[in-house]
Design a protein around this ligand. Structure first.
Ligand code: GTP
Ligand code: MG
Length: 300
């Protein structure tokens, strides 16, 4: 809980804090409802999800006679909480080798997240290995190798501009030969609208399933928590090509919004596994819906 309180200070001072402050008057006027609705939209909750929330809140207001600002604040917290599913563990156990493909647009935090996730799994006694599937961006290979060193896990890499499918093939072979049980595959950032790059992703997936028939076992999109509604378009675009299985939201420590998570769960139905609350190796936290909603509103 305290990780969320600390990490989400910006979010709390932003739009959700203003929602909480909207509940300080004794009587709730029409203007107040409009203000709450506008703030939810500005906090990136999304038009569709906001409308549904407002309807539920109004119904609740009528039914339960929510009068004090505290009651209404509790009401909105409960309704927001109800939009979030409890987290599910990653599907990376019970087989010889589990393969996790990490995808997303440029700079969303993929490589950093792989480093942090590798550290978590390594500390849980998993035999982790990393694949430097971003052969495109200069210095991407070194960046992943540095994470590998920091965590203490091997990294399989090719030459700059090598075919990422070939690197992935080598990494799976190495993982099997050396008895590793989790392979995390980094990929180059790409816009979901770029056809050729999305086809490359399809090819990478194809290579995986050729070597390990049911791989990849997880396809996780890393979404930058400061992106807002565009994150939904990213998730939809990547899902069409790479059949996403889950989401990691980074940089929640750097946004005054954070409502994107509600829209992602409501409209995509994808599980959110982890959130990034900072740049250090320890700043990847299991997604906790209760702590997240508390973190949006509660004062220290
Ligand atoms: N504040 C904060 N910064 C983060 C978080 N996660 C990643 N970053 C930063 O975001 C920047 C980009 O991270 P990368 O991991 O390189 O992103 P990427 O998606 O691999 O980028 P490309 O490979 O270029 O597509 C770095 O400066 C990271 O330190 C987070 O949870 N919080
Ligand atoms: Mg990267």
């Amino acid at each position: 809980m305290s990780d969320y309180r600390k990490g989400m200070a910006k979010t709390r001072r932003g739009f959700f804090g203003r929602i909480a402050n909207a509940f300080t008057k004794s009587a709730i006027t029409d203007d107040d409802w409009d203000e709450i609705e506008a703030l939810l939209i500005q906090a990136d909750v999304g038009a569709q999800t906001t409308e549904m929330l407002m309807n539920r809140l109004r119904a609740r207001h009528k039914r339960d006679g929510l009068k004090t600002s505290d009651q209404l604040k509790m009401g909105i917290k409960e309704e927001l909480r109800a939009l979030l599913k409890p987290p599910t563990p990653l599907n990376i156990s019970g087989r010889e080798l589990s393969v996790v493909l990490i995808v997303g647009v440029n700079g969303s935090g993929k490589t950093t997240t792989i480093g942090k996730l590798a550290n978590r799994l390594h500390n849980n006694n998993r035999k982790v290995i990393l694949a430097a599937g971003d052969t495109f961006r200069a210095a991407a290979i070194e960046q992943l190798q540095q994470w590998g060193q920091r965590v203490g896990v091997p990294v399989v890499a090719g030459k700059p501009n090598a075919d990422p499918g070939a690197v992935v093939y080598d990494a799976i072979s190495a993982a099997k030969a050396r008895g590793h049980d989790v392979l995390l595959v980094d990929t180059a950032g790409r816009l979901q609208t770029k056809y050729n790059l999305m086809e490359e992703l399809r090819k990478i997936k194809g290579v995986m399933s050729k070597v390990v028939p049911d791989a990849p076992h997880e396809v996780l999109i890393v979404l930058d928590g400061t992106t807002g509604q565009n994150a939904l378009l990213q998730a939809k675009g990547f899902s069409e090509v790479a059949q996403l299985t889950g989401v990691i939201v980074t940089k929640l420590d750097s946004t005054a919004k954070g409502g994107m998570l509600f829209a992602i769960q409501q409209e995509m139905g994808l599980p959110i596994h982890y959130v990034g609350l900072g740049e250090t190796i320890h700043d990847l936290i299991l997604f906790n819906p209760d702590a997240f909603v508390d973190g949006l509103f509660e004062e220290e």
